[in-house]
Design a protein. Structure first.
Length: 303
């Protein structure tokens, strides 16, 4: 059985590039253990508007929250993207710059599970985080979070924030959600986002993933079964769900932007969506193929 990086063609792409500092990836998530050895030497920049209120406060909050969902989840997601290549598992694009915007600071989970984690945030707070991260220069956004409750006003703000990201050319990767439902959310139905469904180790869509027309039409699948990443207690952490799958796609986008600096965001996004493994079905997207996306961009740009 192949590992998750091999499963989606990332091993070959990672051998070509660790990412470039000028490609900034916005990680809108929980607190991050910035002094974790696996993140040592990384280009990690904490944005001031999030939970923790600054570098020193953020570091302290994460330490006190050891074992708490916010710290575990934020460190896990940041590690999948930016951990050192000598870590286990290695980070996808550690050479990129990471803009960390903590959005939740407690132990809330949208599904209540310990292994299947889907953090939730107020729509208004999520909107503010997206705008701040994009304005700080993010070219890729990883949103392994979901709106916590229905709110027409909050959702209008969130839609505007996603429009703002699209206008700035930031490619927004969003977790499809873990409720096993058919439908869409304000995040997955926006025309510019890339919804991500969790696939198991055998290359099959997982039953916990939300599916729908917008997800099947312009989403992609990625490894989401017991994905290993950085833990806050010195041991690896394994998480299952779409929030664990999203960083594989965001990291792929960051590496492609690094390898093809002249390519437009639309070209990069299209290459990721057009080259997936398997047939694109009505509500189920194909599995990510990062190496095929690289090949498509190379042919398109003559690189």
């Amino acid at each position: 059985m192949t590992g998750p990086l091999d499963q989606v063609g990332l091993t070959s792409l990672m051998a070509r590039s660790a990412g470039r500092p000028e490609v900034a990836v916005g990680v809108v998530d929980g607190l991050v253990a910035l002094d974790h050895p696996g993140l040592a030497g990384g280009r990690l920049r904490l944005l001031p508007g999030g939970v923790g209120g600054g570098q020193r406060g953020h570091r302290a909050d994460c330490r006190r929250a050891d074992g708490d969902l916010s710290c575990r989840h934020g460190t896990f997601v940041a590690g999948l993207l930016g951990a050192r290549r000598t870590s286990e598992p290695p980070g996808i694009c550690p050479g990129c710059t990471f803009l960390l915007r903590p959005i939740f600071g407690g132990g809330r989970s949208a599904d209540g599970g310990a292994a299947r984690v889907a953090p939730a945030a107020w729509p208004e707070d999520l909107a503010a985080a997206i705008v701040e991260t994009v304005d700080a220069g993010a070219r890729v956004l990883n949103l392994s979070v979901a709106p916590e409750r229905p709110s027409s006003a909050g959702h209008r703000e969130l839609e505007w924030a996603l429009d703002h990201a699209a206008d700035r050319g930031a490619i927004t990767v969003v977790a499809a959600g873990n409720q096993g439902a058919i439908g869409s959310s304000v995040l997955t139905r926006h025309p510019w986002t890339v919804p991500v469904v969790a696939y198991d180790r055998l290359g099959r869509p997982m039953g916990l993933s939300n599916l729908g027309g917008s997800i099947g039409g312009r989403g992609v699948g990625a490894p989401g079964e017991a994905v290993a990443g950085l833990g806050t207690d010195g041991r690896p952490l394994a998480l299952t769900g779409t929030s664990a799958a999203a960083p594989f796609v965001a990291g792929t986008v960051a590496l492609l932007l690094s390898e093809f600096p002249a390519a437009s965001p639309a070209e990069v996004r299209s290459a990721v969506l057009r080259t997936g493994t398997g047939r694109r079905r009505t509500v189920v997207p194909p599995l990510l193929d990062a190496w095929a996306a690289y090949g498509a961009l190379r042919r398109a740009t003559g690189g």
